[in-house]
Design a binder for this molecule. Structure first.
Ligand code: ZN
Length: 281
């Protein structure tokens, strides 16, 4: 199933039409998108009963919010694709490199992105959505704790990210709308091969990133094992799993986002984000 946040309400995307879950459940499921995790079994049952004929209004992409608008924690992983570590001239990490994107950076799949400086960069990423509380979960059981995936953009102000010694990544990746997310939360059962999902990014139509999640250095189960060894992961928590090669800051010459440019981020089976960059007001 494909869960969406449409005009602030939780619902299903059934072939591009919105099924309002509070309405079809006669109030048993809350309209709050964060209620998806406590009502998961009920939503699955309702999803299995929905047909195209029952579906409601056409989903207007510009009215979609982030499918998970208020996660307690947003983890993100640096240097998790071999080709990206190589282009950055950095060694392959021997354990996941973890930072946070503070949750207020999350935005809808078509939100405008205000640029905080002239060194803002793009990073298409697969985002894992945690479905059940997880603490000290071994990799072999990690998928049991995953609700599904979204497409994410880890927009990054490189000037702030690398300011200071040692660098602290989180602030430079947490400005408003620096975390576009969506277009839907797609449950695991919709994904033909969860270990091999193609991901691509375009700037104004030019393909700049093109890879697959099969190239992750630390795949999803290893990330959940590592993160849950230290932290309690909660339903709705997000993991931005890292970006492949092709970001702007390590190109020759370097390339950064300009106001008026559009970042498109796509993962096979999940959908596409389209985010126009604007000058900061
Ligand atoms: Zn990233």
């Amino acid at each position: 199933m494909r869960l969406v946040n449409f005009e602030g309400r939780l619902g299903l995307d059934v072939v591009g039409r919105f099924v309002d879950l509070e309405q079809v459940s006669q109030g048993r499921v809350s309209s709050d998108p964060m209620a998806a995790f406590s009502s998961w079994a009920e939503i699955r049952r309702l999803a299995s009963e929905q047909t195209v004929g029952d579906a409601g209004r056409l989903i207007l992409p510009e009215r979609l919010g982030p499918p998970v608008p208020r996660p307690t924690q947003v983890f993100a992983i640096g240097l998790n694709y071999r080709d990206h570590a190589e282009e950055a001239g950095l060694p392959i990490p021997d354990q996941p490199m973890v930072f946070t994107k503070f949750p207020t950076c999350l935005a809808g799949p078509n939100a405008a992105v205000p640029l905080t400086s002239d060194r803002v960069d793009w990073e298409v990423e697969q985002v894992v959505v945690i479905g059940h509380e997880a603490h000290r979960v071994p990799a072999a059981r990690a998928w049991d704790y995953v609700a599904g995936f979204c497409v994410g953009q880890d927009v990054s102000d490189r000037a702030q990210q690398f300011a200071g010694k040692p660098p602290q990544f989180s602030l430079g990746k947490s400005a408003p709308a620096f975390g576009p997310l969506g277009p839907a939360l797609v449950s695991l059962d919709e994904i033909p091969d969860r270990n091999d999902m193609k991901l691509r990014c375009w700037i104004d139509g030019e393909l700049v990133q093109d890879s697959s999640t099969k190239n992750l250095i630390f795949p999803v189960p290893a990330l959940i094992e590592h993160l849950s060894r230290w932290c309690r992961l909660l339903p709705g928590d997000l993991i931005f799993t890292g970006t492949p090669a092709g970001v702007g800051s390590v190109r020759t010459p370097r390339r950064y986002l300009k106001a008026g440019e559009t970042i498109e981020s796509e993962i096979e089976g999940l959908g596409r984000l389209s985010n126009r960059c604007v000058a900061q007001g």
